[in-house]
Structure formats: structure tokens, C-alpha cells
Design a protein around this ligand. Structure first.
Ligand SMILES: [Cu+2]
Length: 344
């Protein structure tokens, strides 16, 4: 409702400004002053360039400095150091160019505003200048792109053999987290198997599924590689863990992945930030519908020993959902029943 009123208000304001301008023009026609080459608004327009440069530029700097801590969340993963370094190098180079070009862009219209008797100089081309402003950016961009490409290929390279696998499934509007259990191999999945009791569409005819377990939080060990296997059930989502400098789209029908090594436990981060309530989190960064903002998941980074203990205490999914294995072939059913009885 407020948005609608603001829109109507802005429209009325614009019409008033337009009317004032029309009246001024008509008055100057009556007075005969419209025959002048440049009116007094020439000076005002020129000055507005400087006002805009200082005003908008000032606001931009004020905001960037005020929110700086939000750009610089403490890093909690190994590759985070590299990506942050790349980010700040790119920021320095592009920021410098941005500032210089914008000062020139706004200063020139002011400095060279129309003046009686001043003639513009004619300067058709300068080959040397063309060569310089083509080659210098080409070299700088090549260095930046190669740096980024190397970091990207490190991140997206196959995960180490000993990685802890975690499946993150996004759907409207939550994340489902599945662990492979003791065998560290996730069971197969098929979206057609999705049901109220099998939210991740796990295929229990695959024996690797029998010890898979679900968890309301993502628990991972510090200092050991972790592989997120990411998928989506309905629309595009995106897994974003800002402290880990981790961001990967969750795409229906196209599994993605991201491996990383956490470097600080949640406890350590609590001490570092002085915030007793600190938790790492995953947020969805793909506007995926009305409940998008509800897609939050906690990540708990713990010491490796604590992680192993936690894994051993988890119950396979089938323990509390025995109906899922009722129709399995005899051999698998027997295995499933053994798994269930072991965890009862
Ligand atoms: Cu989402």
C-alpha cells in the first residue's frame, strides 16, 4: 500500500516539476529571452554535475565505510583467504579507475560548460593514446582473469579422497541435509521417489542409502576437507555460507558441488567475534519465491574428534522410517533390518 502511495506521490511531484518548467519556457517565449543561445540554467546544470559528484560520491564512500565490517566477515575456510585476496586486488584496481574516471566525467562538463565566445578545440584522434588505453587495460584484465581462473580451478577441482560428504538439497523453502553415514558414500536418489516420508527422494534399493542419515544442522570438522553435494528439488536456489566464502547454485536436475576446508570451529569464532551466540549459516541467495528468506541453515564446525563422535551417534534415516524399506528385495531388506536393529 505504501509503495503505491509513494509511486503516486513521485508521479505528482514529477508532473509539478514538468509544469513549472513549461511555464518558465512559455514566460521566456513571451519575454523574447528564449532567443538567447544559453539560458541561466546552463550554469545551474554545470554546477549540478559537481553537486552530484560530491553528493553521490560522498554517500557511496560513507555507506561503504559504515558497512565495511559486513564486507569483511572473518574468514573460516582455507580458500577464503585466496578469494578475499583476489576480491580486494580487483576492488583496488577497479576502485581506482572508477574514482579517476568519475571525477573526470563530472568535472569536464563543469569546467568546459558553454561560455560566450569560447570555441571547442578539434582533436580527431591520437594513435599513441589509443594504443596505451587498449594495451594497459588488456594487461591488467589478463592478470586479474588468470588469477581468478586459477583460484576457481582450485576450488572446483575434484575433492580430496578423504573428504567428508554432505548432501545439501534446496527446496521451497528449506534445506535438507543428508550424510552418507559410516560408509561415506551417499545412496542414489531419484526425484520420482520424493514423498512426505522421503523428502530427499533417496533410492533405498541402493545399499549405500541404508546408513544415510539426515540432520537438522550441518555439522563439519575443522581442518578436514568437506564436500558439499548440492541439488535442488523445484526451482533454482543457491547455497551461500559467507564465512566460508562458499557460494554455489542449487539447480534442479543438475547436481553441483563445492569442497572446502573449514579453519575455525564455531567455538573459536565465538571467541574471535566476542559474540556468544555466533553461528555459521547457510542462506539461500537465489530469490526463489515467497519464503526465500526462511531458507537458513546452521553450520556447526567442531573439532574432528567431536565430529566423529557425532556421526557415530546419528541414527540412519530408515530407523525412524521403517516403512521406506518394506518393499525392498529380500537381501536388501535383511540388511536394512540389521541396520535398524543395530540402532534401536
Ligand atoms: Cu531458495
Amino acid at each position: 500500500m505504501y509503495g503505491f502511495l509513494i509511486a503516486i506521490g513521485s508521479l505528482l511531484l514529477l508532473s509539478i516539476i514538468w509544469m513549472v518548467y513549461r511555464i518558465q519556457t512559455l514566460v521566456s517565449v513571451v519575454k523574447g529571452s528564449d532567443k538567447k543561445i544559453a539560458s541561466s540554467s546552463n550554469k545551474i546544470n554545470a554546477l549540478m554535475f559537481i553537486v552530484f559528484l560530491v553528493g553521490a560520491g560522498g554517500l557511496m564512500f560513507w555507506y561503504s565505510i559504515k558497512e565495511f565490517d559486513n564486507y569483511q566477515l572473518p574468514i573460516a575456510s582455507e580458500h577464503g583467504e585466496v578469494t578475499d585476496q583476489l576480491f580486494w586486488i580487483t576492488m583496488a584496481v577497479t576502485g581506482f579507475i572508477f574514482i579517476v574516471t568519475h571525477i573526470l566525467l563530472f568535472w569536464f562538463p563543469y569546467k568546459y560548460q558553454w561560455k560566450e565566445g569560447r570555441k571547442a578545440s578539434f582533436y580527431p584522434d591520437n594513435n599513441k593514446l589509443e594504443v596505451i588505453w587498449t594495451i594497459v587495460p588488456a594487461i591488467v584484465l589478463t592478470v586479474l582473469v588468470i588469477g581468478g581462473w586459477r583460484a576457481w580451478s582450485d576450488i572446483t577441482a575434484p575433492a580430496p579422497e578423504n573428504s567428508h560428504v554432505v548432501e545439501i538439497l534446496g527446496y521451497q523453502f528449506a534445506w535438507e541435509v543428508r550424510y552418507p553415514g559410516m560408509d561415506n558414500t551417499l545412496g542414489e536418489h531419484d526425484y520420482r521417489l520424493t514423498s512426505a516420508s522421503n523428502v530427499s527422494g533417496v533410492d533405498f534399493t541402493d545399499k549405500n542409502s541404508l546408513d544415510d542419515f539426515m540432520s537438522p544442522v550441518v555439522v563439519i570438522p575443522k581442518g578436514e576437507p568437506v564436500l558439499f553435494k548440492i541439488r535442488a528439488r523445484d526451482v533454482l536456489h543457491s547455497v551461500f555460507a559467507p564465512h566460508m566464502r562458499l557460494k554455489m547454485d542449487a539447480v534442479p536436475g543438475m547436481p553441483t558441488r563445492f569442497w572446502f576446508t573449514p579453519t575455525k570451529t564455531t567455538e573459536e569464532m565465538r571467541r574471535e567475534t566476542g559474540n556468544e551466540e555466533f553461528v555459521y549459516e547457510i542462506a539461500c541467495t537465489e530469490i526463489c519465491g515467497r519464503g526465500h528468506n526462511a531458507m537458513r541453515k546452521e553450520i556447526r564446525v567442531v573439532e574432528p574428534d567431536e565430529f566423529r563422535k557425532w556421526v557415530s551417534e546419528q541414527k540412519p534415516y530408515i530407523v525412524n522410517n521403517p516403512s521406506l524399506v518394506e518393499n525392498l528385495p529380500a537381501e536388501l531388506k535383511e540388511l536394512a533390518e540389521i541396520t535398524i536393529s543395530e540402532h534401536k
